[in-house]
Design a protein around this ligand. Structure first.
Ligand SMILES: [Zn+2]
Length: 283
């Protein structure tokens, strides 16, 4: 999965006194587009030295491979030789994996900083806290921490069959998704699983087993992966056609034959695992 970069490690701790060095990486977005370079060595980010001395405000993001990453919060388009702007969806395809992961994690934080410029309670301009990664309001004391949206990914199995779906209203979507949805207020992850499966395909499930989770920075989510089994013998799918364009039971044999995972997403790992007959292995 995208976050599996061992033995490397992405250090996400806030550093109160961090100041960019000339070699520090600079992450700058223009809308959804990331300023970067993709060549034979893969994805690369510009360093601080490539920007003018007095350029913009840099906010410390993370550390990877001994290099600190800073967000340039001024989103004015820059002209840097050899660098260009690419949609952040590049994290799905580009390598090295750890830099793609750092970029999409930076996007997560960038989105949050964009949305917390002003206090939602009193409207005053927010300030960055010195001790932790948090925006606080100097006027009313409101504290806002990075937003992470909890959600579930659900692999519903029925013997040698796995329930696959296809999102509606997404150009290019194919039937390679699992049931997924956001956790509502006052709800446990297990209740989300039951509710989402019932809402999206009209089925009841049992024997829920937590698998793994995945931070999904592109949309600011943390996704909890669950296995579960169809409860009963009636496997008739009643599709929620607002959310889904298709839903079907796909056999393990067919998946083994035709499914190729992307190695990035939790969904992909779970489908591949089922194809290999390893859904009951402990992790
Ligand atoms: Zn306020």
């Amino acid at each position: 999965m995208i976050q599996d970069i061992e033995p490397k490690h992405l250090y996400n701790e806030w550093k109160p006194n961090a100041v960019p060095k000339k070699t520090s990486a600079v992450v700058q977005f223009c809308g959804r587009d990331l300023l970067c370079r993709i060549d034979d060595n893969g994805l690369r980010l510009p360093s601080r030295a490539m920007f003018a001395d007095g350029d913009g405000a840099f906010t410390y993001l993370l550390e990877l491979d001994g290099r600190e990453y800073y967000l340039l919060r001024d989103e004015t388009r820059r002209e840097l030789e050899g660098f260009t702007y690419r949609d952040i969806a590049l994290f799905r395809t580009e390598t090295p994996r750890e830099i793609a992961y750092a970029a999409v994690s930076a996007w997560h934080l960038c989105s949050w900083y964009r949305d917390t410029k002003f206090c939602g309670r009193c409207g005053a301009a927010m300030e960055h806290d010195e001790k932790e990664r948090m925006m606080h309001c100097p006027k009313c004391g409101n504290m806002v921490f990075p937003r992470i949206n909890p959600s579930v990914i659900v692999a519903v199995t029925h013997g040698d069959y796995l329930l696959l779906t296809q999102y509606a209203n997404r150009p290019g979507a194919t039937r390679t998704a699992l049931i997924a949805g956001f956790t509502e207020f006052g709800e446990t992850f297990e209740q989300t699983v039951h509710r989402e499966v019932l809402e999206e395909v009209g089925l009841k499930v049992k024997n829920l087993r937590y698998y793994k989770c995945q931070p999904w920075g592109i949309s600011g989510n943390i996704m909890m992966g669950y296995w579960c089994e169809l409860d009963g013998e009636d496997d008739t799918i009643h599709l929620d056609d607002f959310e889904l364009a298709d839903g079907a039971w796909v056999s393990r044999a067919e998946l083994r034959e035709s499914y190729h995972g992307n190695g990035i997403a939790l969904t992909s790992e779970m489908i591949s695992r089922f194809a290999e007959g390893r859904e009951h292995e402990s992790v």
